[in-house]
Design a protein. Structure first.
Length: 199
């Protein structure tokens, strides 16, 4: 049964989310990884789900993709302490591959189960700009009709914020075997974030 947050500040909702049993993902995760950042943040970044490092540390965007995002924020002129970071899904969904835990895409049901937590964050932070990192985050916020490759880098209207911007998830660049292509994608990623910074 889906549980909705009862409290109206981020600290209390974060504590409540630790006990979330809205879907089975909590069983194989180390902990709930709730959002982090300023409640008065102008820009909210939403990814798909925590990764292996985030699951162990309990903080969003602190693994390899987070480090790449940090550099892109600097290059786009965005101060990380002025932003809020979260994920559409709050538990790490993974499958074993040898000794490694490999990211597995969350299902629409799992995204829907986490929706009350994301709605609570959006309602409390009230960001002017939402940046959706990747297809899962974009669909969670804007619905299944959104397409990252078609819509990326544009400021899209929404009742949730002044504008929403969709772009790729930084982990996508880390998975690219062609380093020249990854470099070009990184430059485009920074341009996308710069649009959000200037909006």
């Amino acid at each position: 049964m889906r549980k909705s947050p009862k409290t109206r500040n981020l600290s209390s909702v974060r504590v409540e989310a630790r006990r979330c049993r809205n879907c089975p993902l909590w069983k194989n995760a180390t902990q709930t990884v709730f959002g982090e950042g300023r409640q008065s943040a102008r820009i909210m970044f939403i990814g798909d789900q925590p990764g292996d490092v985030e699951d162990r540390k309990g903080k969003p965007f602190v693994g390899p993709a987070g480090k790449l995002l940090d550099q892109a924020l600097i290059d786009a002129g965005i101060s990380r302490p002025d932003c809020y970071f979260t994920n559409a899904v709050k538990h790490f969904k993974w499958e074993p591959r040898g000794k490694r835990r490999i990211h597995k895409k969350p299902s629409p049901r799992e995204v829907a189960a986490c929706r009350p937590w994301l709605e609570a964050e959006l309602g409390l932070v009230k960001p002017a700009i939402i940046v959706c990192l990747g297809a899962t985050a974009a669909a969670a916020v804007m619905g299944p009709a959104i397409r990252v490759l078609r819509d990326r880098g544009k400021l899209l209207p929404s009742p949730l914020a002044k504008s929403i911007l969709v772009t790729i998830h930084p982990s996508a660049m880390l998975r690219m075997p062609d380093r020249e292509l990854a470099k070009k994608e990184y430059q485009r990623f920074v341009r996308d974030l710069t649009v959000a910074a200037l909006a």
